[in-house]
Design a binder for this molecule. Structure first.
Ligand code: NAP
Length: 252
């Protein structure tokens, strides 16, 4: 089960963190990969590493907040592989502030990086999936898209990720007729470039231990099983699902 050989998997935000971890996980399942981000040198290094395992990898430089670059990335993927089976919308970034202090620029930056981008990328790649009457879209939102939090003021991030959660349901309903599923993973706390400055503090670690039932941060690669399942042929009747992988944070 869950073999992805001959499947083409596109991952946005694959130059670091959860996106790079998922690329490694998909390669183990035999998938060919299109990895995108802005830092092309990081993508090239990851591509070299993954090709050594026997899969094909196309690195594509792309800023997901620019729909022209996104459409060009989709065209490059289709030209190289002739199809796209799986899309993982993982790219994201945020400027943190509370609702009373947040500037318009901080709000716009976050909505653009985390919500507009998911729309641009989904639109471009789902058109390719539709031609083949097959697709698996997996959006990486956040547990903060499901609940508020008292520890970090990050109102735009909550809003954008909440938008990704319900975008998932709308896309699932709309694209089902093309045999395209759309599901969402809501990660909890994983130490990455995006989060490590906050997560490594004693104060935040104490907060995490008090609010995450499993009592620890997510480990490297611990998102992969959920993503591989949702990407697989075996998940053919699963769509519109919101899957927290958060150590139980949203369960209490
Ligand atoms: N880590 C966590 O605890 C956590 C929890 C919940 C949700 N998430 C979500 O998981 C996703 C991945 O985050 P991460 O934790 O792995 O952080 P990360 O290590 O900072 O990775 C973010 C990725 O997104 C890419 N990216 C950011 N802005 C982009 C843009 N405008 N255009 C293209 N690519 C862009 C970055 O690549 P370049 O800089 O090279 O472009 C990088 O590959 C994000 O959507 C994040 O919100 C993370």
């Amino acid at each position: 089960m869950f073999n992805l050989k001959n499947r083409v998997v596109v991952i946005s935000g694959a130059s670091s963190g959860l996106g790079a971890q998922m690329a490694r996980g998909f390669a183990v399942q035999g998938a060919d990969l299109v990895i995108t981000a802005r830092r092309i040198e990081r993508l090239n290094a990851l591509a070299e590493e993954l090709r050594a395992t026997g899969v094909k990898v196309l690195p594509v430089q792309c800023d997901v907040t620019d729909p022209v670059q996104v459409d060009a990335a989709a065209a490059a993927a289709e030209k190289e592989f002739g199809k796209v089976d799986v899309l993982v919308n993982c790219a994201g970034s945020a400027k943190n502030a509370g609702v009373l202090e947040m500037t318009n620029e901080e709000w716009d930056f976050t909505m653009s990086a985390d919500l507009d981008s998911v729309f641009y990328v989904t639109r471009a790649f789902a058109k390719i999936m539709k031609k083949n009457n097959y697709g698996r879209i997996i959006n990486i939102a956040s547990m903060y898209g499901l609940v508020g939090n008292p520890a970090i003021d990050t109102v735009a991030y909550h809003a954008s990720k909440g938008g990704v959660v319900n975008f998932t349901r709308a896309v699932a309903a709309e694209l089902a007729k093309f045999n395209i599923t759309c599901n969402c993973i809501c990660p909890g706390y994983f130490a990455t470039e995006l989060t490590e400055d906050v997560l490594k503090t004693d104060e935040f670690t104490a907060y995490m231990k008090a609010t995450v039932p499993l009592g620890r941060y997510g480990k490297t690669g611990e998102l992969n099983a959920g993503a591989i399942f949702l990407a697989s042929d075996e998940a053919s009747y699963v769509t519109g699902v919101i899957l927290p992988i958060d150590g139980g944070y949203t369960a209490i």
